[in-house]
Design a protein around this ligand. Structure first.
Ligand code: SF4
Ligand code: SF4
Length: 173
């Protein structure tokens, strides 16, 4: 296991420097057994999330706009003592491609410092971020690459995955 990197500035810079490498890695992953890749990613996810404290980071809440389901909209509007229409007008936007609704403020309106003020009521999209515990990693590599420069968990999983799959040897030799 590589030393864990949590410095957000370094991660952001490395994401720019390694963009081409990450797209080559994406092509490389597509040729592998996706279940095998998932099993390694899930183990790395467990090992790395044990070593990273999201309360010391909060970068996803600064950088991303989580999707909210219709049930979550009802719940969040009630928490704000607002009717649904007012809540939607004030706090939501619509993804024009998928039609889904998302919290539009950046940083998130529920973020206080690095803490979520509605932690127990946060949307499922927040709860499951960065999604590296799910199956189908090789089908989500575009989103993984876009999260690589935002989330230290994703960054560290990807860098360790390259080593475990001997990626450098594959591209150089
Ligand atoms: S609802 Fe909470 S966990 Fe989700 S983005 Fe906002 S602050 Fe972060
Ligand atoms: S999920 Fe990733 S970006 Fe969000 S707080 Fe945790 S380490 Fe940071």
């Amino acid at each position: 296991m590589l030393p864990i990197e949590t410095n957000l500035n370094r991660i952001e810079k490395l994401a720019i420097q390694k963009e081409n490498e990450n797209f080559r890695f994406r092509s490389f992953l597509k040729r592998l057994d996706s279940r095998k890749v998932d099993r390694i990613v899930h183990r790395l996810h467990r090992e790395i999330t044990d070593k990273i404290d999201c309360l010391e980071c909060g970068n996803c809440c600064h950088s991303l706009t989580p999707t909210v389901t219709p049930e979550e909209i009802v719940h969040l509007a009630a928490l704000e003592n607002q009717d649904i229409e007012t809540f939607e007008n004030l706090h939501l936007d619509v993804d024009r491609f998928q039609g889904s609704k998302f919290l539009k403020a950046l940083p998130c309106k529920y973020l206080d410092g690095k803490k979520c003020t509605i932690y127990k009521d946060r949307p499922a999209d927040c709860h499951s971020y960065p999604h590296t515990h799910k199956w189908g990693f090789t089908r989500r590599t575009l989103s993984v690459i876009s999260n690589y420069g935002i989330c230290p968990i994703v960054f560290n999983i990807m860098e360790n995955l390259k080593i475990e799959l001997n990626f450098s040897d594959k591209v150089t030799g």
